[in-house]
Design a protein. Structure first.
Length: 133
């Protein structure tokens, strides 16, 4: 098929800031098992991530931008973590490479602390809540 722009006056250009959406998300049906809220969260995290896939948007900001309740947001985040496309360790999110882990494998959400290292108890309870919900 011969494709030509429909409106040449307003062609999209690659912006100076870093961001991309991997076409394999659609081509390889990576997002098929996800709900609409999980897909929306994935798109927002991909859009705001830096070159390492990292972003530090607060959960409350993400909920507000996506018009999600806390419950919807937590379910969407957990679905992305379970699918292996996002890792989360408060306050960071990391969009993961699609070929980094087999589908359905859940990367560790937080590294295990050594016995003598301090532990963020709030993060521990947040992780327990994620697993239980």
């Amino acid at each position: 098929m011969d494709k030509r722009p429909i409106c040449c006056a307003t062609l999209s250009k690659v912006p100076k800031q870093f961001s991309w959406v991997d076409q394999r998300l659609v081509r390889d049906h990576s997002l098929d098992p996800l709900s609409h809220p999980a897909c929306a969260l994935s798109l927002l995290l991909v859009t705001v991530a830096d070159a390492q896939g990292l972003s530090d948007y607060a959960d409350s900001s993400l909920c507000q931008r996506l018009s999600m309740t806390c419950t919807e947001f937590h379910q969407a985040r957990q679905a992305l973590i379970t699918l292996g496309v996002v890792a989360s360790q408060h306050p960071l999110y990391q969009v993961l490479a699609l070929d980094a882990a087999p589908r359905g494998a859940s990367p560790s959400a937080a590294p295990v602390a050594a016995d003598d290292e301090p532990v963020d108890i709030k993060a521990v309870f947040a992780r327990i809540w994620e697993v239980l919900s």
